[in-house]
Design a protein around this ligand. Structure first.
Ligand code: C2O
Ligand code: CU
Ligand code: CU
Length: 458
């Protein structure tokens, strides 16, 4: 972790759908999990997994407080299950095999139906055969619109992710044992909405809501915007209620797998001028992942016209009454063979929570890591005892970072906390959603080689 990298709280920082044609109003049609082909670079890559035969998983749209119906039909020869990352919905709709539902078998349909309580930028991905299906493409963005229109001229969704391809465009193995035991296995083709350096037109001088989502299986993206007047307005779905500094080339923002950042962007006034979403990859100069291009005569909007986004109805924890639970994330002392359920095993354990690797999805009678009483406040101490970074994700609940042993953390509500090397972070939450909630690292190789468990709210 270099000093110059920007992270919330690091030393440095003590309408138009505009989707490039792949938006889908939620509930209008069944989501069909299927194999797909797409030219991720010059050649067509086959054996991808998506919701249509020749396009990325669409952006799904819902509205805060309104019911969404998403029947998921599985046409793959493998099992699947769909998870709605970050949404605080009933446990039975959370899409985690064995914990909240049985896997969806080939030819089967599971009817997901829920009412998102929070607005913001979320995403969806399978939680069964997770490594294979995510690595082959099945990660999509889900936008939950505010009950009241926050006043943008347009919006742009950016789904950032890598693919691991051979020179002929075919998939390389999704992971390596070496990667799984360390920082993860990185792709070699970096994309935004499955494309490379695509350009999206938005009104000159207009206000664009840019929703950036890292749906990668391993990479921590280091991003900043170039050529824009912009502000960070939401982090991991939830409105940012304080002023946070904008990242730049010297101090890019770290967005871990599973994390999201929303920018309010004021488009340049001159037709043809661009705003670039830049990313930094090891050993390379900053590179534009995608570009917003100003079109037409300026509509002359101003960032200052935007009201703050309405706060989501997340109950703030009462720290005076909060009980503490500690979780240690590290290597596994015992290694051992994970049991292979229907839902895929990588055949080894390298990682653990509280020194126990997750024994496998289908194993019966595995207890929760902690049991919380509904409605009570808790502090969870997250202790990273490894040199690798871990985006730690908790389903079904939102939490507030309180403090770190390495940096000052602004209180930005989240569902995914990126733990740095040897970092210890206290988070606080109200256990206000009943059920068994998966709790794992979002580097999928870590998740699938032991760094998984669940927290029970009763
Ligand atoms: Cu986005 Cu259990 O994960
Ligand atoms: Cu999740
Ligand atoms: Cu991890």
């Amino acid at each position: 972790m270099k000093r110059r990298e920007f992270l919330f709280g690091s030393g440095a920082a003590a309408g138009a759908l505009g989707l490039g044609g792949f938006g889908l109003a939620a509930g209008e049609q069944e989501l069909v999990v299927q194999s797909a082909s797409f030219a991720l670079r010059d050649q067509v890559t086959t054996g991808m997994v998506s919701l249509s035969p020749d396009a990325p998983p669409p952006v799904l749209y819902g509205k805060q407080g309104e019911v969404i119906r998403l029947p998921v039909r599985n046409t793959l020869p493998d099992y699947t299950a769909m998870h709605w990352h970050g949404l605080r919905i009933p446990n039975g709709m959370d899409g985690v095999p064995y914990l909240t539902q049985m896997p969806i078998g080939p030819g089967e349909v599971f009817d997901y139906e829920f009412t998102p309580p929070d607005a913001g930028t979320y995403w969806y991905h399978p939680h069964c055969m997770t490594m294979e299906q995510m690595a082959h493409g099945l990660t999509g963005v889900m936008v939950i619109a505010e009950a009241e229109d926050p006043g943008f001229d347009s919006e742009q969704v950016v789904n950032l992710r890598d693919f691991r391809l051979d020179d002929d465009g075919s998939f390389l193995p999704a992971y390596t044992t070496r990667g799984a035991a360390r920082a993860g296995t990185f792709g070699n083709v970096q994309t935004a909405n499955w494309l490379n350096g695509s350009i999206y037109d938005h009104s000159a001088g207009g206000l664009v809501r840019l929703r950036v989502v890292n749906t990668d299986t391993a990479r921590i993206y280091k991003i900043h915007l170039q050529g824009a007047e912009a502000r960070i307005i939401a982090w991991d779905g939830h409105p940012v209620e304080i002023e946070v500094p904008m990242p730049n080339a010297e101090a890019p923002l770290l967005v871990g797998p599973g994390q999201r950042v929303d920018f309010a962007v004021q488009m340049p006034a001159g037709e043809g001028q661009t705003v670039d979403l830049m990313a930094k990859f090891p050993g390379q100069p900053h590179r534009a992942m995608m570009r917003l291009r100003a079109t037409g005569a300026s509509v002359s909007r101003d960032l200052r016209e935007l009201l703050p986004l309405p706060v989501n109805p997340v109950t703030k924890p009462d720290l005076s009454k909060a009980k503490m639970h500690e979780f240690v994330f590290g290597w596994t002392p015992e290694g051992g063979e994970p049991t292979n359920g229907f839902c895929g095993s990588l055949g080894a354990n390298f990682w653990s929570i509280n020194r126990k690797p997750w024994p496998g999805d289908a194993v019966q009678r595995v207890g929760p890591l902690a049991t919380l009483a509904k409605g009570k406040s808790y502090v969870l101490r997250l202790r990273n005892e490894s040199p690798n970074l871990h985006p730690i994700h908790l389903h079904g609940l939102a939490f507030l970072p309180l403090k770190s042993n390495q940096r000052s953390l602004p209180p930005l509500m989240t569902d995914t906390m990126l733990l740095l090397k040897d970092e210890v972070v206290d988070i606080a939450l109200v256990a206000d959603n009943r059920g068994d909630w998966a709790f794992h690292c979002h580097v999928i190789e870590h998740q699938k080689t032991g760094l998984t468990g669940f927290i029970r709210v009763i």
